[in-house]
Design a protein around this ligand. Structure first.
Ligand code: NAI
Length: 231
């Protein structure tokens, strides 16, 4: 296992995963829709390569995967959050959330699995969310997509096990990074959250990195179809 593509790696948790993978010795594909930001992250890594594409576009994804030249580990991390009550949610917005958080996981995983099947195996890690398991108000589209990621993970693990491809998910809690950072600028939210977590602290991007690197590694050689909640 020596090459890894991380989607949505220009910011937040994805950027931290790319950095952690680099430190662990992987050649890292820093994939993101934002070219300059992806270049910046990649240039800070020992063996980083920026891959600019929209993960919802199968042609763009296939093109950058070919350019990268072989992938042992794929981390499907790219995602977007749209909040608001379902009763007012615009259907177009709902579709966009499902496209980016769920359909793109299928698109990138399929592209990777075709390469991994030829290579004799690989590992795919899909980043879901705790809201994909436990409902909370005002994130219905996002939660539906993240719940779908967990079902897709299990189906992929069953279908692709015979190719020696392991497929697992990580479901982060409310992490202080990326899309959750604006919420934590409110001290009331911060205190309430820290108080609600039995461990008494808010999770960091590095907490997610460790779980992803474990599932990517041979230490997890007999683990597939699992969801590791990190909350
Ligand atoms: P973020 O917003 O900081 O990073 C997401 C990255 O995905 C960005 O760099 C963005 O440019 C990229 N991206 C978005 N749409 C894309 C597309 N169509 N094509 C290519 N790249 C695209 O978010 P964060 O917080 O780092 O989230 C990373 C993952 O973790 C997401 O899947 C998110 O749903 C999940 N997550 C985050 C939690 C948190 O508390 N931050 C909690 C649970 C899950």
């Amino acid at each position: 296992m020596n090459s890894m593509i991380v989607t949505g790696a220009a910011n937040g948790i994805g950027r931290a995963i790319a950095k952690g993978a680099d430190e662990a010795g992987y050649r890292v594909g820093v994939l993101d829709i934002f070219e300059n930001e992806a270049e910046e992250v990649a240039s800070g890594l020992a063996k980083g390569e920026a891959l600019t594409c929209d993960v919802t576009d199968p042609e763009q994804v296939a093109e950058v995967f070919t350019k990268f030249g072989g992938v042992d580990v794929l981390v499907n991390n790219a995602g977007i959050l749209r909040t608001g009550p379902l009763i007012d949610h615009e259907p177009a917005d709902f579709r966009r959330v499902v496209d980016t958080n769920l359909s793109a996981v299928f698109i990138a995983a399929q592209a990777a699995a075709r390469i991994m099947r030829e290579k004799g195996g690989g590992s795919i890690i899909n980043v879901s969310s705790i809201v994909g398991i436990h409902p909370s108000p005002n994130s219905g589209a996002y939660a539906a997509a993240k719940g779908g990621v967990l079902a897709l993970t299990q189906h992929m693990s069953v279908e692709w096990g015979s190719y020696s491809i392991r497929v697992n998910a990580v479901a982060p809690g409310f992490i202080e990074a990326g899309m959750s950072e604006p919420f934590y600028q409110n001290s009331v939210v911060r205190e309430r959250r820290a108080g609600a977590v039995p461990l008494g602290r808010i999770g960091s991007a590095e907490d997610i990195v460790k779980a992803v690197l474990f599932l990517a590694s041979d230490d997890a050689a007999y683990i597939s179809g699992e969801n590791l909640t990190v909350d």
